[in-house]
Write a protein of this length. Structure first.
Ligand code: ZN
Length: 136
């Protein structure tokens, strides 16, 4: 059995961009904080203090506290993972054929492969069939 992972490209790219932005922001904060954190004996608590107290200048927009930047990075990362998870469709394919099910009349039929769109042989509607199980 092969597993085909199909992604909606736009959602996938959007998710990747969000993850990259989130990671970038978090790494930027770590990079900013590193000189004072690495000098300290307790890295985690000094990182926390640094993030809570320090601020960065954002172009001409003024200064932004690192803690807000960190929250933004975490939200981006979270959203990105969320978008990635939901833009991903996993279709199970056997080497032979699959059983597709019409979401309207619940009729199942055999197909050579899983399809995003297909015409239901029973009600003749153009539907997005669900893969009910793999036929052997
Ligand atoms: Zn149908």
């Amino acid at each position: 059995m092969r597993v085909i992972v199909r992604r909606k490209l736009s959602g996938h790219v959007f998710g990747v961009l969000l993850v990259l932005a989130g990671l970038g922001i978090l790494f930027f904060i770590l990079w900013m904080a590193w000189p004072s954190v690495s000098a300290s004996s307790s890295a985690l608590s000094s990182l926390w203090t640094y993030v809570l107290t320090e601020q960065v200048d954002v172009a001409s927009l003024g200064s932004l506290k690192l803690v807000y930047l960190g929250a933004m990075g975490a939200i981006f990362l979270f959203l990105g993972v969320f978008v990635l998870a939901f833009s991903r469709k996993i279709l199970y394919l056997s080497s032979g054929s699959v059983m597709l099910q019409c979401p309207y009349c619940k009729n199942s039929w055999k197909a050579r492969r899983a399809m995003g769109w297909a015409e239901c042989p029973n009600c003749r509607k153009f539907v997005q069939p669900q893969v009910s199980k793999t036929a052997t």
